[in-house]
Design a protein around this ligand. Structure first.
Ligand code: GLU
Length: 326
């Protein structure tokens, strides 16, 4: 007789069937290669901090990570330079403007508002250290490998597609160079940014990456550290306030989980000290978030009471905090 199915697996199977028929949303097309995605592709994966994996749908289907990479490169910059240096180049304010907006940069701030919009992500990427472009790329791939737990690759056709069409990103980079927010060679920094966005992952990889953040920076499957634990709070804070494009405020209100979305249709969400969640489904809503992804996360948040302000009752931790400090 086979083992009984875990209740979480049964719940995910039902959630998948509930949203599989949803046909709303459009594929991103401003990066020509992304318009070739299969709109029916749909997968959900949850990885616990003790390394259990629950998945449903085409969880092996590869796609490019896109904006979700911004979270991890931000962590790498924090680890390499410390919070103060990174804050001097990239802020932590939500914008309410589109992810690829250039206006605020020129008119108001000079410094990009946060590392989850394109300007901030390009500035963050320009901080990555290395002796030359190959060394910087290899160091970045090593970082991603530690989060994912196996070798990683870049989709060359998406990289070339972004590289040849990303004129707005190029314009932002030049403006930031003008304002002294980027010191590095612009073309090299942009190449590295386009490469990080073209990293190939599947839904399960994303959930392991999320679980690594939930597990204070240690990959729960391999036991390898991917980022110092002191960087986790800063990373999750900007995910919470800025991770879901122009839906970030409503997301914080309704779903209440640190998360990051990308134009290829992935959403990665972190429940600190518990689990990492990933959903992949390419059709996007008007804010640029995966339609099925938003629905799945809303259901999970309500069902499992995951909103950050639904903390369990009790004051013992609060009262003991000072006692435990020297
Ligand atoms: N590579 C994309 C860009 O720079 C990332 C956008 C996204 O996923 O939000 O336009």
């Amino acid at each position: 007789m086979g083992e009984a199915e875990h209740p979480l697996q049964a719940y995910l199977d039902a959630l998948y069937l509930k949203y599989k028929p949803l046909s709303e949303g459009k594929l991103a097309s401003y990066i020509p290669e992304l318009a070739k995605a299969d709109p029916d592709c749909f997968s959900i994966c949850i990885v616990t901090v003790d390394g259990q994996i629950f998945e449903v749908g085409n969880a092996d289907q590869l796609f490019t990570i896109q904006s979700i990479s911004k979270v991890f490169v931000y962590g790498m910059a924090l680890a390499e330079h410390g919070r103060e240096k990174v804050l001097s180049k990239v802020g932590v304010e939500p914008t309410g403007d589109p992810f690829n907006s250039i206006i605020r940069l020129d008119e108001y701030s000079k410094r990009p508002d946060n590392p989850m919009v394109n300007a901030g992500a390009i500035a963050t990427t320009s901080l990555i250290q290395g002796t030359d472009p190959t060394d910087r790329l290899n160091r970045m791939l090593d970082m991603f490998r530690n989060y994912i737990g196996h070798d990683v690759y870049i989709d060359m056709s998406v990289f070339m597609s972004e590289r040849s069409t990303g004129h707005r990103n190029r314009a932002m980079a030049h403006l930031m160079r003008h304002f002294g927010m980027i010191d590095a060679n612009i073309d090299e920094a942009l190449d590295l940014y386009f490469q990080q966005c073209s990293l190939m992952v599947n839904c399960c990889d994303l959930a392991v990456m999320a679980a690594t953040l939930a597990n204070k920076g240690v990959n729960p499957i391999t036991g390898d550290r991917a980022v110092p634990s002191h960087c986790i709070r800063d990373i999750l804070s900007v995910m919470y306030t800025c991770g879901m494009y122009n839906y970030a405020g409503q997301w914080a209100y309704q779903v209440g989980i640190p998360a990051k979305s990308g134009v290829s249709g992935g959403i990665l969400a972190v429940i600190p000290n518990q689990v990492g969640i990933a959903v992949f489904s390419p059709p996007l809503d008007a804010n640029g978030n995966s339609v099925r992804g938003i629905k799945v996360c809303e259901d999970l948040s309500h069902q499992f009471e995951l909103h950050m302000f639904d903390l369990p009752m009790g004051c013992s931790h609060f009262l003991q905090t000072l006692e435990n400090k020297p």
